[in-house]
Design a protein around this ligand. Structure first.
Ligand code: PLP
Length: 427
């Protein structure tokens, strides 16, 4: 069956190269291939499957909806499914957090939520520039690429990507450097060459960029700075929202409110394509249809998104469990770093996104392959694929978490044994 993929699917295919098998079944944190081999999934659809594969309450809601004769596709017309979702977002997400946002349904991908955010920020302020951060990732369409750091992805555009400036993210210049004073200096100085931007866009934990964590204090200062200078703050919570770091919104513990918020990946809760862009009501200056898209009325995703909010977010059991699992995972990754001092590895993360940074050794990719051979899907991240990135379903059990960490232990030990007792290994 892999032969069919190789014969017919474009070279652009990616993850199938890291995980070369054909999957036939999926349940919770486990994927099963056509040979019956089981894989624990520590990749979780790059964060689109925070509640695991085919979560039962969502599947039931979806099947009920499909067999009821209710509409599947409705552009952006009103349906019962949409009304129920908006009410559930208001009741479960916004009200308890004291948030007042309008909800926009752009096309059903993360990159589309980002495009909508950038367009709106430019329209509201009448300014063109946007500031983004080193190692940020925001998607593959031209606007989203223009605020994405990675040179390889940017080059795919084939045209100049403009109207953006990049600034150093939280710890990009090391623990000591004050990246926000640096940023503010550029904004304040009318001769810095950086014009006052419409917006600043960021991920609170840079996921693709290598699990780089902004401290809550840094986020609070950034919020203050953007407010003082009349710059809109866009938080892209596409990968680290929906409970990935513990709370539904990654920035809740910092007690800040972005002006514009992008959510996608796990927002449908079922892996169905879905995205929303939320913003303060005063920013809602769109003309009707000014940013549209055929698949804004994806009712199946509305149904599962509503079910996800009703199933997982009526109390704080899930974020509490995520915090406990974080401690388990962090301790065990730190033990790996301590067992192999020659790696010079460091551990970063928040909630159920953690990274083991092994630097520019090529080893993270080899760990990932060795883990795959032992029944674990786990990806790499970072500018040189220098980080082994743990991204399991946040709902996995402690037993599954430990089972996956056992495999990581074995995979790291096996790769390091192959390398022999050299002081600092280079692949
Ligand atoms: C995945 C991702 C996107 C893009 O989402 P797509 O659905 O792939 O277009 C944007 N921002 C972040 C932080 C992401 O992780």
């Amino acid at each position: 069956m892999m032969k069919t993929i190789e014969r017919l699917e474009s070279q652009v295919r990616g993850y199938v190269r890291s995980f070369p098998t054909v999957f036939a079944k999926a349940e919770g944190a486990v994927l099963t291939d056509t040979e019956g081999r089981q894989f624990l999934d520590f990749f979780a659809g790059a964060g689109a499957l925070n509640y695991g594969h085919n979560p039962e309450p969502l599947r039931e809601a979806l099947l009920r909806y499909i067999t009821s004769g209710a509409p599947t596709h409705t552009l952006d017309m009103a349906t019962v499914a949409k009304v129920e979702l908006l009410e559930e977002i208001e009741r479960t997400l916004l009200k308890p957090r004291g948030l007042d946002y309008r909800v926009q349904f752009p096309g059903p991908t993360g990159t589309n939520a980002v495009e909508a955010a950038l367009k709106l920020a430019r329209k509201v302020t009448g300014r063109e520039g946007v500031i983004a951060f080193t190692n940020g990732f925001h998607g593959m369409s031209l606007g989203a690429l223009s605020v994405t750091g990675n040179a390889f992805k940017r080059a795919g555009a084939g045209v100049p990507l403009g109207h953006t400036n990049f600034m150093p993210f939280a710890d990009y210049l090391g623990d000591e450097a004050d990246t926000l004073t640096y940023l503010e200096t550029f904004i304040k100085d009318s001769s810095s060459g950086v014009d006052l931007p419409a917006a600043i866009i960021l991920e609170t934990v840079q996921a693709e960029g290598g699990v780089n964590v902004a401290s809550f204090a840094w986020l609070q200062r950034l919020r203050k700075l953007t407010r003082e200078h009349g710059i809109l703050l866009i938080i892209d919570d596409i990968q680290v929202g929906c409970g990935r770091t513990g709370p539904f919104l990654s920035f809740e513990p910092a007690d800040i409110e972005p002006d514009i918020l992008c959510l996608s990946k796990s927002m449908s809760g079922f892996g169905l394509p879905f995205a929303i862009t939320l913003f303060r009501p005063e920013l809602d200056v769109w003309s009707p249809g000014e940013h549209n898209g055929t698949f804004r009325g994806h009712n199946l995703a509305f149904v599962t998104a509503t079910a996800a909010l009703r199933t997982y977010w009526q109390d704080d059991a899930l974020p509490r469990a995520t915090a406990r699992k974080h401690e388990t995972a962090r301790k065990r990754l730190e033990a790996i770093a301590a067992r192999h001092p020659e790696l010079g590895a460091s551990v970063r993360g928040r909630g159920m996104i953690l990274g083991l940074d092994v630097g520019d050794t090529g080893l993270a990719g080899r760990f990932s392959r060795a883990a795959f051979d032992r029944g674990l899907l786990i990806e790499t991240a970072g500018p040189t694929d220098n980080v082994l990135k743990l991204l399991p379903p946040v709902t996995l059990t402690e037993a599954e978490l430990n089972q996956g960490l056992d495999i990581i232990d074995e995979a790291v030990d096996a790769v390091m044994a192959e390398n022999g007792p050299s002081p600092r290994v280079v692949a």
